[in-house]
Structure formats: C-alpha cells, structure tokens
Design a protein. Sequence first.
Length: 386
Amino acid sequence: MKTQVAIVGAGPAGLLLSHLLHLEGVASVVLESRSREEIEATIRAGVLEQGTVDLLEQSGVGERMKREGFVHEGIYLRFAGRSHRIALTELTGRAITVYAQHEVIKDLVAARLAAGGTLLFGVKDAALYDLDSTAPKTRFHWNGKVHEIESDFVAGCDGFHGISRPSIPSRHRHEFTRSYPFGWFGILVEAPPSTDELIYAHHERGFALVSTRSPQIQRLYFQCDPQDEVKNWPDARIWEELHTRLATGEGWTLGEGRIFQKGIIAMRSFVVEPMRYGRLFLAGDAAHIVPPTGAKGLNLAVNDVRVLAEAFGSFYKTKNQALLESYSSTALKRVWRAEHFSWWMTSMLHRFHDDTPFQHRIQLAELDYIVSSRAKAITLAENYVG
Ligand code: FAD
Ligand code: DHB
C-alpha cells in the first residue's frame, strides 16, 4: 500500500488528523489496533474547549455535538463546604461544551467512512521503519496477513502506550515526567443532573468532581489510591464518599442513581521533546499526558493535529517544509501551558499523602484568592476555556 500520511491510532488525534487532511486534499490511512465497537464505547473525556468546538464545526463534523452537547458558561469551585462560581464566559467571552469523547469518535469515524477514507481496525504488531528516510514504512498484521504501507510521513497518534514514541531512538527523545500519588475513581450514573455546571470540590478526604453526560446520565469522579481496585468499592461506599466530599452547608444534595460503569484512572504529567523524529510526527497522548483535572488532554490532541494538518497541507501545496519544521515548537508551547495549568489545578485540589495542616491551609488560601480576585479568576478561566 502507498499513501501520503500513514496515521497510527484512531483516537481523537488520528481520526481528526485524517479528516482535516482529507479537507486539505491529502490522502491518509489510519491503523487502529482495537475494533470500531471498542473505540466507540471507551469512556474518557467530556469537556471541549471552545476552540475545539469551533474546529469540529468548521470542518463539518460538529452537527450532532451542536445538537446534543451542553454549553456551560461557568464552573463551581467547592471548598470549606461552600460553592463559588467561576463565570467563565463573563470573564473570557468563551464557553466550554460538555460532549463525550466517544461521541466525537463516532462522529469522526462516520465522517471518514462517508468520505471513503481508509480506516483499518484490529491491526496487530504495527512497527515503523526508515523514519529518517523520505519513504518511511509501517508494517503490521491485519486479517491474518502481513502488510506494509509506504508513505511520505507517519503520524504517531497512538496514545501514551503506543509504539510510535518508542520508535524514536532514545538519544533523540527528551522526556519529562511527573507522577501523582493518587488516581481518579470514575463512575457513570443513571440519574438526572444534580448541578447545572461542573463542580470541582476540594475536601480533606480528597478531590471530587461532578460532571454530566446527558439529562439522564451523570459522570462523577473522586480521588482514590491508584493501586486500589474497583471491587473494593461497592455502590454504597462510593455514595458515602461522594456525599462526604461534596457536602455543603447550603442545602445542596447529590442525587443518586444506578451506577453502571466504574473505573480507576492513573494520573501523570508527561512530555516528550521534540514531537518529531525524521518523518515521524507525534500528536496527542503519544507525545504528552496531563492529569485530567484541567480537562485538557483531548483539547491538546485536537490542537496538535490542527497545527499538523496545516503543516502537511502547506507542504503538499508548496513543497515548503517550514511549517513541518516548526510543528514541534509550535505545538509544545500550548502543551507546556496546559501542563502547567493541569499540574496547578491538580496540586490545588487534591490531598497529597504527605500533606501537612500547613499545606492544607495553603490550598484553601489559594482557592479563596481565586474566588475573591477577578485577576486570579481570569487566570483560571482563560486557561480552562483554552
Ligand atoms: P487516544 O485517545 O489514547 O487514542 C490512541 C488510539 O491509538 C487508541 O484508539 C489506541 O487503541 C490506538 N493504538 C494504541 N497503540 C496502537 C498500536 N500499536 N497500533 C495501532 N493503534 C494503536 N481530556 C480532555 O480534554 N477533557 C476531559 O474532560 C478529559 N477527561 C478525561 C477523563 C478520563 C477518565 C481520561 C482517561 C482522560 C481524559 N482526558 C480528557 C484525556 C483524553 O481522553 C486524552 O487526552 C485523549 O484521548 C487523547 O487522544 P489521542 O487520540 O491522542 O489518544
Ligand atoms: C470530565 C473530565 C475531566 O477530566 C474534567 O476535568 C471535567 C469533566 C468529564 O469526563 O466529564
């Protein structure tokens, strides 16, 4: 097989890149190790920055998101038993949209297939060769046979555990990592919303987050031990923990319902520099991870491929490599902004096991500052909306 850009991974980064390249008149093939059913059912992110929403709309894949997504103009910070609204739109002129990542995936898969795009699901043992030549190759097993794609470029969009990043010789990779001594326990619940906007809660027992998916389905998270197991958390224990961490003296109550999905998520910060080696370009979680507290991961993936699609488009139109050359430094600027914001939100809202009463008070002092200073509130808001 031959194509212009071989894309490894059909997550938001890979699928959107393929879609944007198609609009630029550039051919691509997407290789995905999982099945279509699996990628369309994996529960992950939910918050889209306005820039993400605008790009999906402008590129013709935003119709269902506009209909079914929820525009939120604020979030709540809850601490010391009280809620404080951060008026995102009033402070920045922008808003966020709550629309599940797997719905974005469904919309992108449908758009690629409708346009005759090549998406290969269930690909095994993908491996990259000749990345430092002008004809990189991607070899893989598919439908019981070995296949090879020769392309002009390879886009590594295969997430944190993919094969693209490790295909870069280690001496060309500078990696920056921080792991956190906690994870998130996430649940999906059949219940009406308990709040009109997301609640980020600081509590001495640990962080909690109330989000939503639809008028019938709610998404909740709470900080947990990353080594803990789902089986240790029967429904009654989950509700008790959430009620405790979200309690206010303001008469608010958390509505319960049937919990139909549970999972534990690890938290880490990670960046690889540069996001390119020869003809391999990394995008999304393959190049960087943020803890989910700032809701940035999916939005960063979208920003990477926006920049990358434009660079490929410009290369094929003009043979000029300037945008490809600057891809990594352009993308990394936003990546490090989001790394800082996500680390900041995480540090401010979670309980660390070596916390002293002093650190707890420092967290509260910072939260108090955000909700009493317009300047500090804008700092949070402009980062949150992107
Ligand atoms: P992925 O979505 O990981 O996609 C990579 C794809 O590559 C996968 O489909 C995988 O199967 C495939 N693949 C892997 N290896 C191979 C291989 N060897 N060969 C072929 N295919 C391969 N971000 C936000 O912006 N907002 C949020 O609110 C938010 N909340 C989150 C909540 C949770 C619980 C989690 C876990 C994440 C959250 N994130 C959030 C982060 C967001 O989900 C990720 O940043 C996003 O999925 C990154 O997209 P991606 O396309 O780079 O990678
Ligand atoms: C969701 C996930 C996040 O990481 C976040 O910060 C806010 C909302 C969600 O899944 O809805």
